[in-house]
Design a protein around this ligand. Sequence first.
Ligand code: NFE
Ligand code: MG
Length: 506
Amino acid sequence: MSRIINIDPITRIEGHLAIRVEVRSNLIVKAYSSGEMFRGFEKILKGRDPLDAQQITQRICGVCPVSHGIASIMAQEMAYNVTPPTNGRILRNLILGANYLNSHILHFYHLSALDFVDIAAILKYKGNDSALKNLKAWVKSEVSSKSVFPATPFLPRYKGEYLKDDDLNFTAIKNYLEALEMRATAHRAGAIFAGKLPHAASLVPGGITEKVTADKIVSYKSLINKIRSFIDNCYLQDVVEVAKAFPDYFTLGKGCGNFLAYGAFYESDSALVSDLLFPRGTIINGKLDNFDPSKITEDTEYSLYESGSGIHPSIGETVPSPHKNGAYSWIKAPRYNGIVMEVGPLARVMISYLKGKDLKLKKLIDNLLSSLGKKPGDLVSVMGRHAARAIEAKIVADKCAEWVDELVPGKPSFKDFEIPEAGAGTGLTEAPRGALGHWLTIKNYKIERYQCVVPTTWNCSPRDDKEIPGPVEQALEGAPVADEKNPIEAARIVRSFDPCIACAVH
Ligand code: NFE
Ligand code: MG
């Protein structure tokens, strides 16, 4: 007999996601991922001045606003026929890079690590570190209080196996606290050129409004160097320790096994996709191939929108249908050539690795795999997603420290443009969580149509019109649930994708 387990909401992610799984003999046989709210940004944008788009779409999310801003200005740049000058291009990399660092550190330490690290071990701490002593005192007083949710966000948590080595737990908990400071540091670095963060003021079509000066270069570099040292000395090592302690998670949560990346971080002004730090491409059935934007479509059979099958986002519509029969999610179902695709750090790292373009990335991956006794194929897993994110954080942080030296003080960072009466454009980039696209049509100088297809829309999509489950749903199917009251395996699998439902339902 099978039983239904509802995890609603999944905590420690961004936004409102419900996961429903059908379990038989302690194995998940079916999984359903539901985005639980409608937001309507695509409708809000209709009829507005196109220049509002990069500001409004950034409000889709407080975690990856920079990517939405960049997708939006890229779509506009295609419509206005303008490209940023060298400083503008580099500044975008520096702002986006800082956002990646904030987001990846947030995901590992503050959202996912508590699935593995034993936070309760802090009660056994006897050392002299003042941050850990303070935390111990706070957790102790919370646990003995009458509060309904004592020691939130650490407790309550699912019962299960956590890291057993107390010293490793203490180190990870200390780094959890340090990671809060690192996220603020990443925001400070990005804000030097973004005007402010999380929602950047300086992102405009044609470049960046912030001017380049020598003191800004020095400030940015010194902040990025602090984060680089945290990644080298803490983040990468904590991921390796967790990976060593939970080797089963190199076999769990494989998912669809197909990967898609639009590519991001232009390293030259030519706007050639061959000059992207993270290359553009697909992996389908293990085979690397080029990416063709015309193959992106969205299905809505199981989504709470008026039906449409295989619609390209350039002609897409968003018409909510909250009582639609059989539909179970506010997330649409994006597909590539009709195929389910995973996006995100793992997709970028796999495509980069197979393309063999970035030798440093290849070396980092090979070293990590050999230290764990794993093969490249093992990366397609829960632990592989965490490892890919950490390695990517290192690559991006090191690159930011190089790119900032390529800025030329006094040179322009912005090129002027005119908005045409009518036009269209597509902005394709990579948000921290994966491939992000904005499609824009302008008529009478106003936005006629605006469609976003967002990383978590790909990863947390419901079934498509052919009833094929989305990537997270596929990753859950076949996974064990040892204790139905504590489905920690399912939570670990879902969190490895770093879902953001605020983005997914936009
Ligand atoms: Ni709200 Fe986002 C990222 C985008 S995910 S976090 O990264 O775009 O869907
Ligand atoms: Mg959309």
